[in-house]
Design a protein around this ligand. Structure first.
Ligand code: XIL
Length: 662
């Protein structure tokens, strides 16, 4: 996500800026609507956002009104004015930076698209070029989620206020009569009245789906006997479908019971763990003698899932593989591995290699005048003491928010700093890491064109590419890394390369070129940040195969594996899990996710020959650690193998089964 050109040319400029190191220069505009656009996917319908930016014209330009427009996706009518809303405008000159500010409230008729920087139609100087700097959108935090709206089965709050308020739903009589009763109720407008009973087992049932075998459910209801009925016991029983044998004890299990009178409402509550035999059928409300035929009321029946099925992690993951099974670890801040002993135990039990999720990236290493290795050294010491190897990530990566100041603009010392960074970091960690992502994400990606400059023969026009006026910075990083750390396995690493599209072709061409020029590249990492339903496994396999075939000595890693259950790009929000709780313990998407993890590991085993396997690394331990947890294109997600409670998920079994060949 970032700036995009809108029928104009946009470029980072270091000539003129309001603050910091650079600004955005917008030129080549042929009409009032041409300019620059900034897409955002996280604005919440109905919330008000403060929007501001500083604007200036290039020297010599005549003053003109520049405006910021909020744009939502086109709808089907021809009235385009409804999709565009002016946020703020100001007359801007070439003499001084001018602040434009205003507010914007997405109306949600169609999804929000972007903020556009443009001029007014018919303005005297309609096609003027301009600089933009310090663009800020604030308000409800990015990543704040839109309210749940789609009619999708929810796994929490399974019975809504007992399901009697708006007609009796999900309930059925069991040899008895049931009806909503609006006179006697615990809360709300109605309760369920159960009458006409001839035996203790008769009463009412409540059916639910999905109920997952092995998960823990909290079940409760308020109950009371009808007027003048004897005091006795009311029970809730969980019932599975009948199996083929004559014994009934597997199918019925008591969830809750209490002594109840006709005077006061009493709360029944208990836990239910459906067994693994037959599928769940219903919850039954029944009584014991001496109230075997007594009528009773039920209200506020509630069922919530409170724990996922227990998954036996057996001998873990790494023990089942003869190549490294790794995990990315946070090593600073609240989520640091050092703050969580349970996470440390998961790592030791399942993995034999680690990678720093962030703290070995460029901005953490070298400021331009000093190096800081302490945090990384501590992490490596911890991992090494625990018998694990460390893979280095990443010597060179363009992402602006993890670049040091020296590398965030095209300053004159850039090439010197670049060489110093690669040399010193590679030398410091020599013997401590087994490999490096030497260069990360140097190929162009249409969905992540952060410079806004488009593709240069398949390469991303990153700051490195701009300074070196081409891809030679890649060769240089590999050559320097090899010189300082001859034993490390040196990888090129990238994302979306598993989709078997243009980027895969660019990867093949680039690696072939590096090999032809004898640049010391040893391997290729496929980040593998994928979705439950994208890309196809056929394309993943084909992509792996193309790289495997380049050279029998090339190593292949799956370097940052995670699998998102939501696809926010498929245009179908009915598929989406939108509540934070939806998939914490169980949702059907987690079963698909298991199959997906499994088929990816199977593809790796099938296609990458043993001698070429550099390993598989997952991008985090548990869902809350994931970079997609609270913002996968504006939706929450659950992409990793352990859940919020650090319980193993079905995905874990998917990987383990694939490694074991079952
Ligand atoms: C991500 C981390 O997971 C986040 O914590 C951080 O805020 C941004 O970077 N490709 C990479 C990784 O190579 O370094 C990125 O990691 C994810 C995409």
């Amino acid at each position: 996500m970032g700036w995009a050109a809108r029928n104009a040319t946009i470029a980072r400029s270091v000539d003129d800026k309001h603050a910091g190191e650079g600004s955005l220069f917008v030129s080549g505009r042929g009409a009032f609507w041409n300019g620059a656009a900034y897409p955002l996917t996280t604005l919440v319908t109905g919330k008000t956002y403060q929007v501001s930016a500083w604007i200036k014209l290039p020297s010599g330009a005549t003053s003109e009104v520049i405006k910021i427009t909020g744009k939502r996706a086109d709808d089907t009518d021809n009235a385009t004015y409804l999709e565009y809303n002016t946020v703020g405008s100001a007359t801007v000159s070439a003499d001084a930076w001018t602040l434009i500010e205003g507010t914007y409230t997405p109306d949600g008729v169609t999804p929000f698209e972007n903020f556009i920087f443009e001029t007014n139609q018919g303005a005297p100087n309609e096609t003027v070029s301009f600089y933009v700097d310090d663009f800020v959108v604030s308000g409800e935090a990015a990543g704040e989620l839109a309210p749940f709206t789609c009619p999708k089965p929810n796994t929490t709050g399974l019975a809504v206020n007992g399901d009697v308020e708006t007609g009796v739903t999900n309930w059925a009589g069991r040899g008895a009569t049931i009806a909503a009763n609006t006179e006697v109720k615990y809360a709300g407008d109605a309760s369920l009245y159960v009458s006409g009973r001839m035996a203790s087992w008769q009463g009412a049932t409540f059916s639910l789906s999905p109920i997952v075998a092995g998960a823990t459910y909290s079940v409760s209801a308020w109950v009371k006997f009808g007027a003048e009925q004897p005091t006795g016991t009311i029970k809730i029983t969980g019932k599975l479908q009948d199996d083929s044998d004559a014994n009934t004890y597997n199918e019925y299990s008591q969830v809750a019971s209490a002594t109840v009178t006709s005077g006061e409402w009493v709360k029944l509550e208990g836990q239910y763990v459906p067994g693994n035999g037959t599928p769940f059928e219903s919850f039954i409300f029944e009584t014991d003698d001496p109230s075997a035929t007594a009528s009773f009321y039920v209200d506020n029946f509630s069922v919530t899932i409170t724990a996922a099925p227990t998954i036996d992690t057996g001998n873990g993951l790494a023990a089942n593989a003869d190549f490294p099974i790794g995990v990315a670890l946070a090593a600073d801040g609240n989520a640091s591995i050092f703050t969580s002993v349970p996470r440390q135990n998961i790592v030791k039990a399942n993995f034999d290699e680690i990678v720093a999720e962030n703290i070995m990236k460029m901005s953490y290493m070298y400021t331009g005048s000093a190096f800081s290795f302490t945090n990384a050294d501590n992490l490596i010491t911890w991992a090494t003491d625990a018998g694990m190897k460390v893979h280095g990530h990443a010597l060179v990566w363009h992402a602006a928010y993890q670049l040091p100041t020296w590398a965030n603009s095209t300053n004159t010392n850039f090439k010197q700093d670049y060489a110093t960074h690669v040399d010193t970091v590679a030398e410091h960690f020599a013997g401590k890491v087994v490999g490096w992502d030497v260069v990360n994400e140097a190929l162009f990606d249409a969905a992540d064109d952060s410079s806004g400059l488009g593709s240069a023969n398949g390469y991303r026009q990153s700051v490195f590419y701009q300074v070196y006026e081409g891809p030679s910075f890649i060769d240089e990083a590999f050559i320097r890394a090899r010189a300082k750390d001859p034993n490390a396995v040196l990888y090129y690493n990238d994302f979306n390369t598993e989709a078997n599209g243009d980027k895969t072709t660019a990867l093949v061409n680039m690696v072939r070129g590096l090999l032809d020029r004898n640049v010391p590249i040893d391997g290729v990492g496929f980040q593998m940040h994928v979705l439950n339903d994208y890309p196809s496994i056929a394309n993943i396999r084909a992509s792996l195969e193309k790289i495997v075939n380049l050279s029998p000595t090339l190593k292949i890693r799956i370097s940052e594996l995670d699998v998102r259950v939501n696809n926010p790009y498929d245009g179908n929000s009915n598929n989406d899990y939108k509540n934070r709780d939806d998939c914490v313990f169980y949702c059907p998407g987690l079963a698909t996710q298991k199959a997906r993890y499994k088929e990816i590991v199977q593809a790796y085993l099938d296609i990458v020959p043993p001698a070429q396997r550099g390993g598989i690394t997952v991008w985090g331990i548990a869902d809350p650690d994931s970079w997609f947890y609270s913002n996968n294109g504006g939706l929450p997600d659950w992409p990793l193998m352990f859940n919020d409670s650090l319980q193993a998920k079905p995905a874990f079994l998917g990987v383990q089964e694939a490694l074991k060949g079952i």
